[in-house]
Design a protein. Structure first.
Length: 299
């Protein structure tokens, strides 16, 4: 305490000067509108920068929570989009002609029928998961997800991301699952070129993890660079219209019946974090029917 008093006494002149400067500044700001406005604007600007920095720091530590919320939102949007597309296809099927007179339904009735159809046709459900292990430079690449049987994942289900097709579930435990990546020598995906509606099969040749081959495209089909390649919907694993990639190049070899089509994959497999496992609620029914009919599904 004695040292504090000694310090104040020693610098009393400077401290009195400082107090008078502060008092003068206060009186100027208080009694002059222009100086007051300039001061408060400057104070607000600096306070805003401090608060902005504080918010950025807080948001950084909330990134995990924010990502989980975005994944849940994307899951709901993916389910809604897929099932609405399916309901649109069902609605577009013409009904049998009826000779009796029918009153044309109004727009409200049509809207209600649309909502009813969308609610009933909830065929595909999406289960979000996080990639905890991945490979892209092997001949047979796999992924490991942090979801398993407890979250509703079963072997054979399809896996996609926001960018496109990822692969297919190979095996599951209670809380984990391994995935056949699209970058796997035994992984085939039924696909089609959206513009021409020509069906083929996507396979990876084991070299560039961003490029795959589209097989079984007839030679008379005219493809152009940039044509979109999507899932065909011809199997119970992937819904129709999931992005796979775009045509990179085509080659017509004289000794082959089909074109050699190279496709640039839409998914960057070297940079995966969150994916979605697709649960087709009608898959068991379809597989059972195809088994009884002797039809072997080609995924």
């Amino acid at each position: 305490m004695r040292n504090l008093f000694a310090f104040i006494y020693r610098y009393r002149g400077f401290l009195v000067f400082l107090l008078l400067e502060i008092l003068c500044a206060y009186l100027i700001i208080k009694n002059n509108s222009y100086q007051g406005a300039a001061f408060y604007n400057s104070a607000n600007a600096y306070a805003g920068r401090v608060l902005e920095f504080q918010r950025e720091v807080a948001d950084y530590f909330r990134l995990v929570e924010v990502n989980q919320a975005l994944v849940a939102e994307n899951k709901a949007l993916q389910e809604s989009l897929t099932n609405i597309m399916l309901s649109d296809k069902l609605d577009s099927i013409p009904s049998a002609p009826d000779s009796s007179y029918r009153v044309k339904p109004d727009s409200l009735t049509l809207a209600r029928q649309k909502l009813d159809t969308t609610g009933i046709t909830r065929t595909f459900k999406f289960v979000p998961g996080k990639v905890i292990k991945n490979s892209v430079r092997l001949v047979n690449n796999h992924l490991l997800l942090n979801i398993g049987r407890a979250q509703g994942v079963e072997p054979g289900m399809g896996v996609v991301s926001g960018s496109g097709v990822i692969g297919r579930v190979k095996a599951v435990s209670q809380n984990y699952s391994t995935i056949y990546s699209l970058l796997h020598s035994q992984m085939l995906v039924s696909a089609k070129v959206r513009r021409t509606n020509t069906a083929g099969t996507i396979r990876w040749e084991g070299d560039n993890y961003r490029v795959a081959t589209l097989d079984y495209i007839p030679r008379h089909i005219k493809l152009v660079k940039g044509d979109t390649v999507v899932t065909s919907g011809y199997n119970a694993v992937f819904p129709e219209g999931i992005m796979i990639g775009r045509v990179l190049s085509t080659q017509q070899e004289p000794d082959k019946m089909f074109l050699t089509v190279r496709v640039r994959l839409s998914v960057d497999f070297d940079n995966l974090t969150y994916v979605y496992v697709i649960n087709n609620t009608r898959r068991a029914e379809r597989d059972s029917l195809e088994a009884r009919s002797g039809i072997k599904e080609n995924d």
